[in-house]
Structure formats: C-alpha cells, structure tokens
Design a protein around this ligand. Structure first.
Ligand code: UFG
Length: 331
C-alpha cells in the first residue's frame, strides 16, 4: 500500500512525507511546485510534478502504485490573497479538491485525509473552540476549505470513502532532525518572521496591534509544532485503515501565546535582541484563536510530544539557519 501526498513539496506536506517514510510507508508526492520545492521532498518518495485535478495523472498513479490513501495538502493558504482573488481560491482549493475526491472515489481509494483550517470557524466563538462551534469563515480562504469539508462529508455518505479533516491552528517549527522546514520566501507567519528578524534576514519586524482585549494587548494563537501535526495525520491514517469512521478534528495544543510572548521566546532561544516595532492592527485578525483538542487526543490517540514554545522556536531557528546555508550553496 502506498500513500499519495498532494502538496508534498510544501511546508507541512514535506514533513508529512518524512513522517510516513520514517514509519515504513511508501509515498508518492504530487505537487505542481508553484510554492513547494523539489529538494524539500525526501529522496525515498516518488515526486511527480503535476496537478491534483489532472484525473488521468492521479488515476494512473493510484492504479500504478496501489494507493490506498490520499493526504491532501495542495492548496493556497494566504488569507489576504484570498480576499483579493477569491475565485482563484475557490478554483485551487474547492474545485480541484472536488476533482481529486472524484478521482479517488472512482479509483476505489477508501481513505482521505484533508488539510483544513481553524479559519472555518470565524473569530467570535467561545474559546477554546470545539469542532461543533458555529462555522462562519471570515475569508474566502476559510470558505474554500469549509466547502471542501462539506464535499467530503457528502461524498463519504454516498460512496465507499471515509475521511478525516484536520483543522489546523497555527503551525510552526520544523523537522527536529533538520531535514525540512518552512522555506517559502516572503512568509508572513509570526514565528517565521521573528526568526528571520533575529537572524538579520529582515531589518525589523512589526507587532500588528497592541490594543486587543488580551492580557498584554497582543493577539493570542495556539502554536502547534509541525511534527506533532503530521503525527496526527499518521494516526488518522492508521485509524481510517483500521475501519474508523469519518471525523473532523482540531489540531492545536489547547493553549495560546501572545505575540509578545512569542517574540520573547525567540529572543530567549536565539540569545539576542532584534528590532521589534509596535504597529497598527492587521485587518481580519481575531484577538484570540485557541483549539479545544480533546477530540484529536481521544479519537486519534494523539499525544503531542513538542508542546513547548521554546522547542518550536528552537526548531524554527535551526531550520532558518540551515536555509541560509542551503540558499547560499544554491547561489
Ligand atoms: N503577527 C505580527 N507580526 C507579524 C506577523 C504576525 O504581529 O509580522 C501577528 C498577527 O497579527 C497575529 C499573530 O501574529 O496576531 C499570528 O499571525 P500569523 O500570520 O502567524 O497567523 P494567523 O493566526 O493570522 O493565521 C493562521 C494561519 C492561517 C489560518 C489562520 C486560522 O496562517 O492559514 O491561522 O486562524 F487561516
């Protein structure tokens, strides 16, 4: 049996590939390399450059490699970009996911794991947010993912398909063994930005808003180590293969840190100061987004191993240094 990982050359997907290989799985990656990097894919996996909506390609791979499960990461993930170009997001995330599900169903793939997001909830819910909280996405990005969840639910009702949708909170960090990490240029994620600033890749960074209704006035997020996140997918795969039913589960630790606390952690772990400037709020940011992760813990038997902000930051910093070396070696 082989697992198809779409978007396996990207940040989370490339970690997933290592997680599966480490567990002895065979892996085929399909990635259009629009954001990912071929060098990020573990050499033991087969990388095919292509589109998840290419039915001939995907159907052929499923048959050729006896693929029994799809883990679908490929998609667009930048919230403001989705506001500026919603139709691109519905095309890339929703329409292509529809085609991929159809191809999987037609080729008798019974297990589907989907990369969803906390952005399906919207910002005004009760914290920590449970999976049955009201779904009211604030962006086309969130809606594009929520529609994919709905398609999966309906397809699983109608066909011999079971799925797990995992709603990610704030994913950060890098492979503790230094094999891959967050490599996208111009990334906007807080921990990545702070690490880049600490290492002098940016002259300064900004804190987007210091007047929120939180303990120190800055936004609170539930940062989850990418290694724990991909382990949740592997457990979901095991569970589906063992006949588990379809579920949707949050992936976060269940507690949050403020922007100031994250920056303090980067200073502490890096062992040096860097230029941080207080700025205005960033449009669309909720004051606090924290997961209730009981369901993932109970249903998947998920026991996070890197639930420690300093550890997340240490791995992110180590990868940022390694990326500097890799990029200068590549010229
Ligand atoms: N922030 C700063 N300065 C920066 C970058 C971020 O102050 O340079 C702040 C943001 O304003 C926010 C917090 O740090 O308060 C976290 O911001 P990120 O951009 O790292 O992450 P978001 O919480 O905005 O977004 C994440 C995912 C999205 C997903 C969303 C769902 O990246 O894909 O969570 O809640 F949609």
């Amino acid at each position: 049996m082989t697992v198809l990982v779409t978007g396996g050359a990207g940040y989370i997907g490339s970690h997933m590939v290592w997680e599966l290989l480490d567990a002895g799985e065979r892996v085929v990656v399909v990635d259009n390399l629009s954001k990912g990097f071929d060098w990020a894919v573990a050499p033991e996996a087969s990388l095919v450059k292509g589109d998840v909506a290419d039915t001939d390609l995907i159907g052929g791979l499923i048959r050729e490699h006896a693929i029994d499960a799809v883990i679908h990461f490929a998609g667009s993930i930048v919230v403001p970009e989705s506001v500026a170009d919603p139709l691109a997001y519905y095309q890339n995330n929703t329409c292509k996911t529809r085609t991929l599900i159809e191809t999987a169903v037609q080729a008798n793939v019974r297990n589907f794991i989907f990369s969803s997001t906390a952005a399906v909830y919207g910002g005004a819910g009760i914290e920590p947010v449970k999976e049955n909280a009201p779904l009211d996405p604030e962006s086309p990005y969130g809606r594009s993912k929520l529609m994919s969840e709905w398609m999966l639910r309906d397809a699983a009702e109608a066909h011999d398909l079971r799925y797990t949708a995992l709603r990610y909170f704030n994913v950060a960090g890098a492979d503790p063994n230094g094999r891959t990490g967050q490599s996208t240029p111009g990334a906007t994620h807080l921990i990545k930005v702070a690490c880049e600033t600490a290492l002098g890749k940016r002259p300064f960074m900004q804190v987007f808003g210091t007047d929120y209704q939180t303990a120190d006035g800055t936004c609170v997020r539930d940062y989850i180590h990418v290694s724990d996140l991909v382990r949740a997918h592997r457990l979901a795969l095991q569970r589906l293969r063992a006949g588990g039913d379809s579920i949707i589960a949050n992936c976060g630790y269940g507690h949050g840190y403020s922007v100031f606390e994250v920056i303090e952690a980067v200073r502490r772990v890096h062992g040096g100061d860097f230029d941080v400037r207080n700025g205005p709020r960033r449009p669309g940011d909720a004051a606090s987004v924290v997961a209730n992760s009981d369901l993932a813990r109970h249903e998947l038997g998920w026991a996070p191993q890197r639930d420690d902000l300093d550890l997340i930051v240490a791995d992110a910093l180590a990868w940022e240094r390694r990326l500097q070396t890799l990029n200068s070696a590549r010229g």
